[in-house]
Design a binder for this molecule. Structure first.
Ligand SMILES: Cc1ncc(COP(=O)(O)O)c(C=O)c1O
Length: 422
């Protein structure tokens, strides 16, 4: 029986409507920006395999780091044990973390596995730190409209319930949702005074919402208002890490959060690895001579040495190849190629932040479940040489840094063709 038939009998794919979606692409290999399909075709990975592949697939230095680390120390529990890859990576992450004059630096790294667990850790740290200081009324979180922070229960609570999580409403905790406007945020902070554990934000670009973008000025206001109202700012940079023209979106805006979540591109997109960075003040709330005050959170593969080694190789490449600047240049090229579409009445907006380019089409029912989205999916799938996946009525490119100018033009051509056909 061939692979697709075996897949159809056995598997349940993520974010897939098995009653609607076509058979998956059978992928046998990946190199650079290209995926090699079982039928001999190749596709450009224009969306970096769910926003994770930072440099390109099978990047030789990351592959070598993974192989060497797997042979030396594959895994060891991270409670009561430590190792060089985890310590060195933590040092490197703290060195590149966003800084802001007059604010405490991010000083501690807590590892987990993916974006959702990085967010869960941050939320539990924020809430737990308040509780340990005797502030037990801090049961509200502020988040943005359209936010997406992952699929576990805490992350779902922080995320906008529409369109994904409505059915779980009774099981999600209390969140006040605001648009990315300083006045709305200030009003919410005032109304919830003394009850806010923190504000969580996908800085500059809200990915799953359809690559929605807000200003650096809003982020600076969010930082200022969280300080003024004595609450914590949690930056979810799971998607934006390396992609916005700076190492972090917070750095681009000139702010430092109290908690910072990283995943996806952290390992260069090769292995599941996440990190939640916290200030020493938050860490100190849990440090005690009483065991009961510890942070009781951890996952089997916390601090996995192979994933940490991959991340160290990825960070070295990021520095040496100036990945944020390269992605910015690729994004700029794709945006320029798509610019003529701005004149098309069917186009609502063409927007870009660093290496992230989004083309939003007019739709009667905009959003992830837009009717137009189904037509776009079909048209994307029909693109012979480029892998695209719309977010409802939004087409976007989020390429890896190895993408050449010719390949970037190919991606722009494919987006343009899909937009015109649908
Ligand atoms: C901003 C943001 N946070 C969290 C997540 C969840 O990450 P993961 O899918 O690795 O759990 C995502 C995933 O798309 C994301 O974009």
């Amino acid at each position: 029986m061939d692979l697709l038939a075996r897949d159809a009998r056995t598997l349940w794919h993520p974010y897939t409507q098995h009653g609607l979606d076509p058979q998956p692409l059978a992928v046998v290999g990946a190199k650079g920006a290209w995926l090699q399909l079982a039928d001999g075709a190749r596709k450009l990975d224009a969306i970096s395999s769910w926003w994770s592949c930072l440099h390109g697939h099978a990047e030789p230095r990351i592959v070598a780091a993974i192989a060497a680390q797997a042979a030396a120390l594959d895994h060891v529990l991270f409670a009561g044990c430590t190792h060089e890859p985890a310590v060195a990576l933590a040092e490197e992450l703290l060195a590149l973390a966003p800084r802001q004059a007059g604010r405490p630096a991010l000083a501690r790294v807590f590892y987990s596995d993916d974006g959702s667990t990085a967010v869960e850790s941050a939320l539990k740290m924020a809430i737990g730190a308040w509780v340990r200081r005797g502030e037990t009324a801090r049961t509200t979180l502020i988040a943005l409209e359209g936010a997406y922070h992952g699929d576990t229960f805490g992350a779902m609570s922080a995320g906008d319930p529409t369109p994904f999580f409505r059915e779980f409403g009774p099981f999600l905790f209390h969140v006040v949702r605001v648009p990315p406007e300083a006045e709305a945020l200030e009003a919410a902070l005032k109304a919830q005074s003394g009850r806010v554990a923190g504000m969580i934000v996908e800085p500059l670009v809200q990915g799953a919402a359809g690559m929605r973008m807000h200003s650096e000025a809003f982020l600076r206001e969010a930082r200022r208002l969280c300080d003024a109202h004595d609450t914590l700012l949690i930056a979810d940079e799971v998607m934006t890490f390396g992609r916005t023209g700076s190492v972090t979106a917070c750095e681009r805006a000139g702010i430092a959060p109290d908690l910072l979540c990283l995943a996806k591109g952290l390992s260069g997109g090769t292995l599941p690895l996440a990190a939640t960075l916290a200030t020493e003040e938050i860490f100190d709330a849990f440090r005690s001579e009483e065991r009961s005050r510890a942070f009781f959170h951890g996952h089997t593969f916390t601090g996995n040495p192979i994933a940490c080694a991959a991340a160290r190789a990825s960070l070295a490449l990021m520095r040496e190849h100036q990945v944020p600047a390269r992605l910015d240049a690729i994004g700029s090229r794709i945006e320029s190629a798509l610019a003529p579409l701005r004149e098309d009445a069917r186009v609502r907006e063409l927007r870009r932040c660093g290496g992230i380019v989004a083309l939003e089409l007019e739709a009667a029912d905009p959003g992830y479940l837009a009717g137009l989205g189904e037509r776009l999916r079909t048209a994307c799938r029909a693109q012979p040489e480029v892998l695209l996946r719309p977010l409802g009525n939004v087409l976007y490119a989020l390429p890896p840094a190895c993408m050449s100018d010719v390949e970037a033009d190919q991606v722009a051509d494919a987006i343009s063709a899909v937009a015109r056909s649908a």
